[in-house]
Write a protein that binds this ligand. Structure first.
Ligand SMILES: [Fe+2]
Ligand SMILES: [Fe+2]
Length: 287
């Protein structure tokens, strides 16, 4: 079986790196979303990202000269440029986050260790790990983009804009690593490998995420305001909010997550490019 499926995104969807700086300051809140659980979850993702983005870039850059197709090569270069900017902005965001919760560096170091160990694997397996994580992030991005207005309304502007910008660009380049992988590792072995790697990566990434959320909540500097403390200590409400958030997220991602295991899968089988257009419209011509 040789599955080489390279569906292209709509013609107006380009992999366009946007060199933007978000305004993170000492005053940027740690709980930057009205539902603090959303902030805790995304803080746990953010602390993983600088090391993650570096790993993604390295694993794809390895094949830069192997790819001869000019379209895919152009997309690969666009991917590298976008990920470098994501890495830079999440490093800046994380600096502020760590000031308010030093324990997040433990999660950062754990992610570094996981990716360092992964970097001794064959280049093809590393690319399969990148494909798996890129699929994850494309699903997170899609979940976030389903309500752009609602997300903006409920967030501190710096973090809200950071995550929407990142979600849009993840959507633009969601198929690049997968297409590179298909070009260098298509066939039955490639299919089996990417499925096994997806299962292992899901396991490790979920553990990192769970610990990240735990550290994000438990070791943050507690607010001095007693009213907020009372709110936080209402465990029944907190549990209910977490259950709601996870159920919502699970329902949004389970079907497209499972699609990854189908032999003819391609990320652009699901065309969600309308979210990119919607975001561009709401941000004016500079995007
Ligand atoms: Fe990214
Ligand atoms: Fe990405």
């Amino acid at each position: 079986m040789h599955v080489k499926n390279t569906i292209q995104p709509p013609k107006d969807i380009l992999i366009h790196p946007r060199n933007v700086n978000f305004n993170f300051t000492d005053d940027t809140p740690y709980e930057w979303h009205k539902n603090p659980n959303v902030a805790f979850l995304l803080n746990a993702v953010s602390i993983f990202l600088p090391n993650g983005e570096k790993f993604f870039m390295d694993s794809v850059r390895h094949y830069k000269n192997t790819i001869t197709d000019p379209v895919l090569k152009g997309q690969l270069l666009g991917f590298l440029a976008q990920e470098a900017l994501h890495k830079r902005e999440h490093e800046r965001a994380n600096l502020e986050m760590v000031k308010k919760n030093k324990s997040m560096t433990i999660i950062e170091k754990s992610a570094y260790l996981f990716l360092k160990v992964s970097s001794i694997l064959p280049a093809r397996t590393q690319l399969a790990i990148t494909c798996a994580l890129e699929h994850f992030f494309a699903l997170f991005a899609n979940a976030l983009l389903t309500d752009i207005e609602g997300f903006i309304e409920n967030t501190h502007p710096a973090f809200g804009q950071l995550w929407l910008w990142h979600a849009v660009e993840e959507t633009e380049h969601k198929a690049v690593c997968y297409d590179v992988y298909q070009a260098v590792a298509g066939g039955k072995l490639g299919y089996v490998e990417r499925c096994i790697v997806m299962l292992c990566t899901t396991f490790v990434f979920s553990i990192l995420l769970i610990f990240g959320i735990f550290f994000s909540i438990v070791f943050q500097k507690k607010p001095k305001n007693s009213l907020q403390k009372t709110k936080m200590d209402n465990t029944k409400q907190v549990k209910k909010k977490w259950a709601g958030l996870f159920t919502n997220l699970f329902l949004k991602i389970i079907k497209p997550y499972s699609a990854y295991f189908v032999p003819g899968f391609h990320p652009w089988q699901y065309d969600n490019s309308h979210y990119i257009r919607e975001w561009k419209l709401s941000h004016g011509s500079k995007y």
